[in-house]
Ligand binder design. Structure first.
Ligand SMILES: C[S@@+](CC[C@H](N)C(=O)[O-])C[C@H]1O[C@@H](n2cnc3c(N)ncnc32)[C@H](O)[C@@H]1O
Length: 216
């Protein structure tokens, strides 16, 4: 683990206890549910959530799988401990502690990959995208959601202070930057970017999310 990912793991280890149960959790579930719906999961699919946190989306996706398997990976061991506890009964779920830049699965393993609100923590984002592509089956789908720096002034501001104050934060990308990285990784952008604007959800202001749906 390099210095940056170690810092990210420490930061998210601290959040793991309350993650998924705190005031912000309904918002996470709101967009995760939306992203899962965009992947059109079928019952034999293999599914991976990169930066899965405590695994809510993996558990949800697994409910749609009969023959397939749902996997989640995260840099934070405590997030993964909690995910495993919450899914102990499920036979078709697997969680691993791992860095998005070194995905611990063979080439062409997954039909569906999602990555929500995690990408801006990656030190080498292009390497992560190349890894997504490597582990994706041909014909596989990726749905990547993160904050967009160019569509919302509050997000632009947030990016500024997070870069200085938050040890795991690398940067929020602009939609143009994301599109160039996707192209450079060899993935193909399949669907239009959707900027999900939602204001004042449970007393908090959320705005400026971008969603990229890609195929291999
Ligand atoms: C804000 S949480 C999002 C979790 C979940 N995807 C969701 O939408 O609720 C960001 C997650 O990314 C993970 N993460 C950060 N850097 C990572 C990396 N390099 N590789 C894998 N996971 C990482 C963190 O540990 C954390 O659990």
């Amino acid at each position: 683990m390099n210095d940056h990912t170690q810092k990210a793991a420490i930061r998210f280890n601290k959040w793991a206890d309350s993650y998924g149960d705190d005031r912000i959790a309904p918002w996470f579930r709101y967009y995760q549910r939306f992203v899962i719906s965009r992947l059109n999961i079928t019952s034999g699919d293999t599914f991976l959530d990169v930066g899965c946190g405590t695994g809510w989306a993996v558990i949800k996706a697994a409910q749609q799988l009969r023959a397939g398997k749902a996997c989640g990976m995260d840099i934070s061991p405590k997030m993964i401990d909690k995910a495993r506890l919450q899914s102990a009964e499920a036979p078709n779920i697997e969680f691993r502690v791992a860095n998005a830049e070194v995905i611990p699965y063979p080439d062409e393993t997954f039909d569906c990959i999602m990555c929500t609100c995690s990408f801006h923590h990656y030190l080498h984002p292009l390497i992560a995208l190349e890894e997504f592509r490597r582990v994706m089956k041909s014909g596989g789908r990726l749905a990547l959601l993160d904050s967009a720096r160019d569509v919302s002034f509050p997000i632009w501001m947030q990016d500024r202070w997070r870069r200085y104050l938050e040890k795991s934060h690398v940067r929020y990308y602009t939609t143009t930057e994301m599109k160039s990285m996707i192209e450079a990784s060899g993935l193909h952008l399949n669907k239009e970017i959707e900027t999900i604007n939602k204001f004042l959800f449970q007393g908090k202001v959320f705005t400026g999310l971008m969603l990229f749906e890609c195929v291999k």
